[in-house]
Unconditional design. Sequence first.
Length: 172
Amino acid sequence: MLPRFRNSTLYLASLDWAVDMTRKSRRLVLIAAAVGMLGLAAGLMMFAFRDNIVFFYGPSELAEKNPGPGTRLRIGGLIKPGSIVRSDNQRVDFVVTDNKTDLVVTYTGQTPDLFREGQGVVAEGVLATPALFKADSVLAKHDEKYMPREVADALKKQGKWNEGGQPPVGKP
């Protein structure tokens, strides 16, 4: 039986009793119920996303977690030197490593400009087998010393740049 309101009194017909509620207390109950529902919804969302909040997994973390084949995720690490193999149809095979564990990645498409051996990479795709990752997209990462060529050229013209990325000694 649904509750009904009559002159600021809540009647629960099935229980045959009434609760005297003012407009202020009804509003307070409504707000408390809304906040509770929002909290429950936020908790359920966090529980559902508990594994997907991490930006990417390293090869060692992936080996520990051992997700099943067909799991969609992101992996990240360094491209192992000597591991890049390019085919005619834009297919690229390479190995992502964290210097503990290696993972073979296959990708079909154009690679980013910064994609090279020893460089950081993040690949998004599907784990085909525990040792093979099929990437849909590949992002090349750069270190904190990276600077666009135009900015580096402008600093060189001003005499405030050296090849190590630090300003010359004696100059601010």
